[in-house]
Design a protein around this ligand. Structure first.
Ligand code: SF4
Length: 355
């Protein structure tokens, strides 16, 4: 029997609401960018997060490492609670709610941990390799800055050796250390972004659409490099992308988000071959198939309408305005998270109609 993998990152009922100007000048509206999102990532594995632009996947990644202060929920990193809003029920080892003497669910205590000790362990690679590097700094200074902040080199020689080792590890070389970001291609800049994250010996990296700004020919190289680095350093990734075909390749498990909510989660093969949420089905049908015969036999599911505003999301199931199976119940009640198989979860009232 395989030993159970240790959970490195756990998120429970994570919420991130932003205030925006409302219709009325004096009243603010709330954008529920991330609403009650829960998942866990075992050490050394990759969770892929997919969905259209604006579905909340980037906000989830940034909130998880507390670049944004969460509105609510609980974040546990390597067994330590780094954030708890105090209103999320505790669960036991079997996932059942912990009850008090009166049978009421017990919530965790409020926690806002100092993030300094975690900043080194939890890193992020940003989507835009053009905007995420300071144009006034050399590549050596960019990679070295993180080493300085966390005091990871005792001498200038050790610092330089570490910078060069990181650049070489991502396919660059020592000559590149004295150059500026504008002298590099998009793929090379993204490699610098990865070297910067790696320089502080992290354990967990949020890869926030790391390849979507790159040429298709470069995308596979960066993905393969991220996989090699994961195997070499035992890294854990949250891999965010809007392209399910990319996420499927690199992730062990995949979560699908729509308008701030997780709608389905399962292993990559379950999501690829047995997905059950109508939204995931439409994403899968959009993946190009190389075989022309097979491609002709497959039906593309095109969703009607645009993604609704997160300021005023639809009642009940948020996907109902675009779902071909929607009925009265979908408008009245939010679907619950149901297990449909081996660790495969889906939030839909009418699974029997869809699958
Ligand atoms: Fe569609 Fe209803 Fe299922 Fe939502 S709950 S995905 S609207 S069938």
């Amino acid at each position: 029997m395989m030993a159970e993998q240790k959970i490195l990152v756990e998120v429970k009922n994570l919420r991130q609401y932003f205030e925006v100007p409302g219709k009325d000048f004096f009243r603010k509206a709330k954008v529920k960018a991330v609403d009650d999102v829960s998942f866990s990532i075992p050490k050394g594995s990759t969770l892929g997060l997919v969905g259209e632009s604006g579905c909340g996947k980037t906000t989830t990644g940034r909130t998880l490492i507390r670049l944004y202060e969460p509105t609510g929920g609980r974040i546990v990193y390597d067994g330590e609670t780094i954030f708890d809003s105090g209103d999320v029920p505790l669960t036991d080892a079997d996932g059942k709610p912990v009850l008090d003497a009166h049978g009421k669910p017990v919530c965790g205590k409020k926690v806002k941990a100092n993030m300094l000790p975690y900043r080194r362990k939890m890193q992020i690679v940003f989507q835009d390799p053009y905007a995420s590097l300071d144009p006034r700094m050399t590549i050596g200074e960019i990679v070295g800055e993180a080493i300085d902040i966390h005091k990871l080199a005792a001498t200038p020689a050790e610092r330089r050796e570490k910078i060069i080792r990181m650049l070489e590890r991502v396919g660059l070389n020592s000559e590149h250390a004295n150059r500026y970001p504008h002298e590099f291609s998009g793929g090379q800049r993204q490699r610098v972004g990865i070297a910067r994250a790696l320089a502080v010996d992290p354990e967990f990296i949020v890869c926030d659409e790391p390849i979507s700004a790159l040429d298709v020919s470069i995308q596979a190289q960066v993905i393969n490099m991220l996989e090699d680095l994961q195997n070499e350093f035992g890294l854990t990734y949250l891999f965010i992308a809007h392209d399910l075909s990319v996420v499927k390749h690199i992730s062990k498990r995949i979560g699908v988000m729509y308008l701030g909510k997780l709608v389905e989660m399962g292993t990559s093969s379950e999501i690829a071959f047995h997905c059950c949420h109508p939204y995931t089905k439409s994403l899968i049908s959009a993946i190009p198939v190389a075989d022309p015969v097979l491609s002709r036999s497959m039906k593309r599911i095109v969703l009607e309408g645009d993604i609704p505003s997160p300021v005023n999301p639809p009642s009940g199931c948020r996907f109902r305005t675009r779902c071909p199976y929607a009925d009265k119940l979908c408008a009245e009640k939010e679907p619950e998270w149901k297990e449909v198989g081996n660790g495969h979860f889906c939030a839909c009232h009418h699974l029997e109609k869809v699958t």
